[in-house]
Design a protein around this ligand. Structure first.
Ligand code: ADP
Length: 535
């Protein structure tokens, strides 16, 4: 066979030549802007030329500080295909972490959306390697000092760029973890890993997009490459709906009503916001909704089925796994005694190409029997083998990545995530799954959201504390909640400590921020209600 390298420029050319009429649609105030794949590819060529003219060489890092929009898609194509490295910057990182990741990656150029200029300007004086800032769209750029206009740069170039033949193992993109559990760590994706990941995403055992589809990409393009959906959609000729900053329930409802996506991807908190919205939402065009990045509560899956007639398919992955590693389509052959919901609430089924195993604390590999609980380890061609300039030998051993997630695998490869190692609750020597407990609480009708953390206990070492946000206008009685949980979780899991709060703190990518919650509890910021547990 020919030894053709697996390059993102293959993906670019395929979408351009084969699906030239497919569209990238960017939502804007009061309307939208659309461009064909052919136009987007032509603009990517001009962007590559402009970056080359600015001195960007192979391997140089070019940061993007952007919403999900057409310009960001152009950067996704131009930067890796020209041989540079796309560094997607998380626009919600705290300032010091943002400066840290830009300096750590040594970004030379940053492309920033006009609306995000103030956030970047806040760290400008701390940036050590950035030489050029390119601003997309309107906005007052004065706070950034000298900048270049994205449109002016493109206007000065002719289309056409000879995409170079690169080593498929060279760096194409990098993304830092959101730092939920420490400082952000850099993960570098190669052309080869991105190509293979895109194929996996395109498989029928995953979402399998086609030209008939139109995907609403809510998960940010700075968060694990929007789960790989931009490249997969480009390869398949799937129309992409880019929501920019229009991410609140009302905006999303309007997008569903007007633009009729067939697919949409987002974290559970986004879907919960839409489910609770008291406005009509037209889901008639939708064939599947995907959710991941955090556990998807059963109540959310049921709520979507009931209200919208829509299926939520759950996936599991991490920045370190590109991220797709498990995807939750139900099996054709169901194991006896397992109903639909058994599969739907799983984090996903291991996707072809990735291997997952469960490892006990003593290092032994546990059986895939659906009950043996340990830490997940992963390996495969789109699982990272190290962090960028950051030795972390604890996370990598014998070619496996220690994921920091705890749970079990069943005989058919479906994963149950019970916790992150950092969040487990060890009560009397036994583990209580904070995730399962949260899901059980969130099934209570008047609960909007709930998160569970471990709090110290002199008798049991740790006990669960449940922080609950009631639905608007509702008050909750902790004893009634405990009574509700009685038949839903093991007796010794029943939480005696409850706090009713206005909002669960979230990380920059919309996950419950348990680090912040534990600190709030330790500072006495939570008014804790103690309940007598039923005998
Ligand atoms: P960070 O590690 O910075 O929070 P990631 O997006 O890489 O950002 O997060 C990966 C983590 O998200 C996983 O290790 C896991 O804990 C969690 N996660 C992802 N998908 C699921 C899921 N379906 N169910 C439960 N947890 C999930």
């Amino acid at each position: 066979m020919q030894d053709a390298p697996l390059l993102i420029s293959n993906i670019l050319r395929h979408g351009q030549l084969t699906h030239g009429e497919s569209q990238v649609i960017t939502i804007e105030a009061g309307g939208h802007r659309s461009a064909t794949f052919d136009e987007v590819a032509g603009r990517a060529e001009k962007l590559a030329k402009a970056l080359r003219r600015l001195g960007v060489k192979d391997g140089d890092r070019v940061g993007t500080f952007c919403w999900n929009n057409q310009g960001h898609m152009e950067a996704y194509l131009a930067i890796p295909c020209m041989g540079a490295v796309l560094h997607t910057l998380n626009i919600r990182l705290p300032a010091e972490q943002l400066a840290y990741v830009i300096n750590h990656a040594e970004d030379r150029v940053i492309i920033v959306d006009g609306s995000l200029v103030p956030l970047l300007a806040a760290v400008k004086d701390d940036l050590k390697t950035v030489e050029t800032i390119i601003v997309v769209g309107d906005g007052d750029t004065s706070a950034l000092g000298e900048t270049l206009s994205y449109e002016a740069l493109l206007a000065a170039e002719e289309p056409g760029f000879e995409w170079p033949d690169l080593d498929e193992r060279s760096a194409a993109a990098m993304c830092y973890t959101s730092g939920t559990t420490g400082n952000p760590k850099g993960v570098v994706y190669s052309h080869r890993s991105t190509w293979l990941h895109t194929m996996a995403e395109q498989a029928a055992s995953s979402i399998g997009m086609t030209e008939e589809d139109r995907i609403l990409i809510i998960v940010p393009m700075f968060h694990a490459n929007a789960w790989g959906t931009p490249y997969a959609a480009w390869l398949a000729g799937t129309d992409m709906l880019m929501p920019q900053m229009y991410l609140m329930g009302e905006h999303l409802a309007a997008i569903f009503n007007e633009y009729h996506p067939t697919l949409a991807c987002g974290v559970p908190t986004i879907w919960n916001g839409l489910l609770q919205l008291d406005k009509p939402v037209d889901f008639s065009s939708v064939r599947a909704i995907t959710a991941g990045g955090a556990a998807v509560p059963q109540a959310l899956i049921e709520g979507f089925e009931k209200r919208f007639g829509a299926t939520i398919i759950q996936g599991w992955g991490m920045t370190e796994t590109s991220p797709l590693a498990a995807f939750g389509l139900p099996p054709a052959r169901r194991l006896e005694g397992h109903d639909d919901m058994y599969y739907k609430i799983k984090a996903g089924r291991v996707v072809p190409g990735v291997e997952i195993r469960v490892v006990a604390e003593d290092g032994s590999v546990l059986p895939n029997d659906g009950t043996s609980v340990g830490e997940f380890e992963a390996r495969g061609p789109w699982v990272t083998g190290s962090y960028y300039k950051d030795e972390d030998p604890d996370r990598f051993h014998d070619g496996w990545l220690r994921t920091g997630d705890v749970g079990c695998l069943d005989e058919q490869g479906y994963m149950t995530i019970s916790d992150r190692t950092k969040d487990v609750i060890k009560s009397g020597g036994e583990w209580i799954s904070s995730v399962e407990l949260e899901n059980a609480v969130m099934a209570y009708p008047d609960v909007f959201e709930a998160a569970v953390i471990a709090v110290p206990d002199h008798k049991w070492s740790e006990r669960p504390l449940v922080a609950v946000v009631p639905k608007p206008g509702k008050t909750l009685d902790p004893s009634a909640l405990v009574a509700f949980l009685k038949d839903r979780v093991p007796r010794w899991w029943l939480p005696e400590q409850w706090a009713f709060i206005e909002e669960i703190p979230k990380t920059s990518v919309g996950k419950f921020d348990k680090k912040v919650m534990r600190a709030a509890f330790a500072d006495g910021a939570y008014a804790v209600h103690k309940v007598d547990l039923p005998k």
